[in-house]
Design a binder for this molecule. Structure first.
Ligand code: MRU
Length: 355
């Protein structure tokens, strides 16, 4: 497929995560939209903390950041022997792996580097370190390429219309451009995006704080709504497509995404609105058969009891699952960098991987 645009023709934003001069740089997403600040992370512990506290978040972005955490170790390690370095590597791998449980991109990126290290166990320590750094850069660059392709694929199959999205699957959630973000940006470039409806996405407000910020920064016409308004907006005929990202898509097409996605999928079905997921193949986990097997992260009760730094509820008990599972029956198609997957998902997802 012909790629009509370069990333810099689609967004004014810089990359969300980079490894430069032996440091990991991220846009601190907890400060947005009040402040745009790039911070540097200088140790594996700092990288793990940034992922846990959601200074960097979004499935592909945490995968790339974790990979850069291992690159940071390779760059900084003072280990004198291979054995010493491999013990440090194992500790870093475990620390990064235990940050967040749901997005498979984290494990995919860490395991890709671990496998490489195992395969090159006979090489010199210096070679192994360089291989880790190169692989992490490759993971990040491939993410941008995949997004660019998904953007073009998506815009090609969608007609002109208004889109409703949930959470943030934009540039901030990836290395650059976004998954949904790339589709929206190419549609906008081609004058196919009438209006973007942005769900605020309680409790952490990735829609209001991040999507509204990054899409308006790029001049995309949008309206922000509270999560409980989506149904009414659909009923009024104001939404042509619902397009969301994913944290993990399993073998039968069920997928985990930000809490609230499942309700949107049901609403979309009721209103006969096509419902698409945009995700790179690094988000697909064929080792799990159904969505029920996906581990769902539960986060602190303070996220629900408060909002924007204000207490909004008495100190009652809270249930705060960060993601939900949408059964594949609600899904129209999955837009990936290798093309669109339509039902039957089980068979067509396997085909995507040549199985
Ligand atoms: O908890 P978050 O903000 O990391 O959750 C992010 C999402 O659910 C995104 O929709 C998903 O990671 C896809 S990002 C391209």
């Amino acid at each position: 497929m012909e790629l009509r645009y370069k990333p810099e023709e689609l967004t004014k934003l810089p990359r969300s995560v980079e490894f430069k001069d032996g440091r990991v740089f991220i846009i601190d997403q907890t400060l947005l939209p009040k402040e745009f600040k790039v911070i540097s992370l200088n140790t594996v512990e700092e990288v793990a903390r940034a992922i846990k506290t959601m200074q960097v978040r979004g499935a592909p972005a945490i995968g790339a950041t974790a990979a850069f955490g291992l690159a940071l170790l390779a760059h900084k390690s003072k280990a004198k022997t291979k054995g010493e370095f491999l013990s440090e590597f194992e500790r870093a791998y475990e620390a990064l792996k235990s940050t967040r449980p749901t997005a498979v991109n984290l494990f995919w990126a860490l395991n890709r580097i671990k496998k490489l290290v195992e395969e090159h166990g006979e090489e010199s320590l210096e070679t192994i370190k360089q291989l880790i750094i190169n692989e992490a850069q490759k993971i990040a660059n491939e993410d941008v390429e995949a997004n660019l392709k998904m953007g073009h694929v998506g815009s090609e199959i969608l007609d002109k219309g208004s889109v409703l999205t949930h959470c943030n699957a934009g540039s901030l959630a990836t290395v650059h451009l976004g998954t949904v973000g790339a589709v929206l940006r190419v549609m906008h470039k081609e004058e196919k995006l009438k209006l973007l409806w942005v769900d605020e996405t309680r409790p952490v407000l990735q829609g209001a704080r991040l999507s509204a910020w990054e899409y308006s920064y790029d001049g995309i016409p949008l309206k922000l709504i509270c999560d409980n308004m989506a149904g009414f907006v659909m009923q009024q005929g104001l939404v042509d497509y619902v397009i969301v990202g994913a944290d993990r898509i399993v073998a039968n097409g069920d997928f985990a995404n930000k809490i609230g996605t499942y309700s949107l999928a049901i609403l979309a079905k009721e209103h006969k609105i096509p419902f698409f997921v945009v995700a790179p193949t690094s988000t697909i986990d064929l080792s799990l058969k159904s969505g029920k097997e996906i581990p769902i992260e539960e986060r602190a009760k303070e996220e629900v009891l408060g909002c924007g730094g204000c207490k909004i509820a008495p100190d009652v008990d809270v249930y705060n699952p960060a993601f939900d599972i949408t059964p594949h029956k609600y899904l129209t198609g999955i837009i990936t960098e290798k093309g669109v997957v339509y039902p039957p998902f089980e068979r067509n997802l396997r085909r995507l991987f040549g199985l």
